[in-house]
Design a protein around this ligand. Structure first.
Ligand SMILES: *Cc1c(COP(=O)(O)O)cnc(C)c1O
Length: 231
């Protein structure tokens, strides 16, 4: 069996190759290791292999692991759906929040962000697949939400995030990632200076990198398949 450390290295190499093929450099693409459902000991293993940013979906599970891993200066990213009654602990314990899709949630995160910490990095989640079941604002709603978040002093809007429809058709993956890239370019042609496209998971990150991803969120390809968790 391959170790976590070998898989982190293999993914880094794959990221580098995809970036080079796209005429980009590997340092433009950051690997976020998605550690939901994985025990703290496996995060430690990935850390030892040089992986310093981790993504979690479930608040209580993440807080428990943070306690176990308090000796490591990990950069924690919240990537799950955000319930409004959980905004305070999220604002207190994470460095990034990827899935902001409502102004009310942004406001609550802003109000709960402690003054002694730097502004919380956030991305707007965009629904690029048009599936009605999906979280995220429609592309048309992005500029208004971006401007509104721009007024919140304790948040730093970094860019956009998307979870496209699943599927192994590379052309379809690229269309959806390309839509997010165009959205970011359009904001930046107004008065934004956003640097983040959070897109690409284990099965589609090469296409995301081709389309300009700056953060790829990868779980299964590093840690192996997740056990099903009943909540
Ligand atoms: C679980 C998850 C990932 C990682 O997915 P893998 O297919 O395991 O790489 C990425 N992004 C989000 C938002 C997730 O919930």
């Amino acid at each position: 069996m391959t170790s976590i450390s070998e898989r982190v290295q293999a993914i880094q190499l794959h990221i580098q190759q995809a970036a080079q093929t796209a005429g980009r450099t590997a340092d433009e693409v950051h690997l976020l290791a998605v550690s939901k459902t994985q025990p703290a000991a496996r995060i430690r293993e990935a850390w030892a292999a040089g992986q310093h940013a981790f993504g979690e979906n479930y608040l209580q599970e993440a807080l428990d692991k943070m306690k176990d891993l308090v000796d490591l200066p990990i950069e924690w990213h919240f990537i799950g759906p955000i319930q409004s009654n959980k905004t305070r602990p999220i604002a207190e314990h994470f460095h990034w929040v990827h899935g902001v899709a409502r102004f009310k949630i942004a406001q609550r995160l802003n109000d709960a962000r402690p003054d002694h910490l730097p502004p919380l990095n956030v991305c707007i989640e965009v629904n690029v697949s048009g599936e009605t079941s999906k979280e995220g604002v429609t592309p048309l709603e992005v500029p208004e939400l971006a401007h509104a978040i721009g007024t919140l002093p304790r948040l730093k809007l970094r860019g956009l995030m998307a979870i496209p429809a699943p599927g192994n058709d590379t052309a379809q993956q690229r269309r959806q990632f390309g839509m997010l890239r165009q959205q970011l370019a359009s904001l930046n042609s107004q008065r934004f200076a956003l640097d983040t496209l959070s897109m690409g998971m284990s099965h589609d990150f090469p296409a995301a990198i081709t389309e300009g991803a700056t953060i790829v969120r990868i779980g299964t390809a590093i840690f192996g398949p997740r056990a099903v968790v009943i909540r």
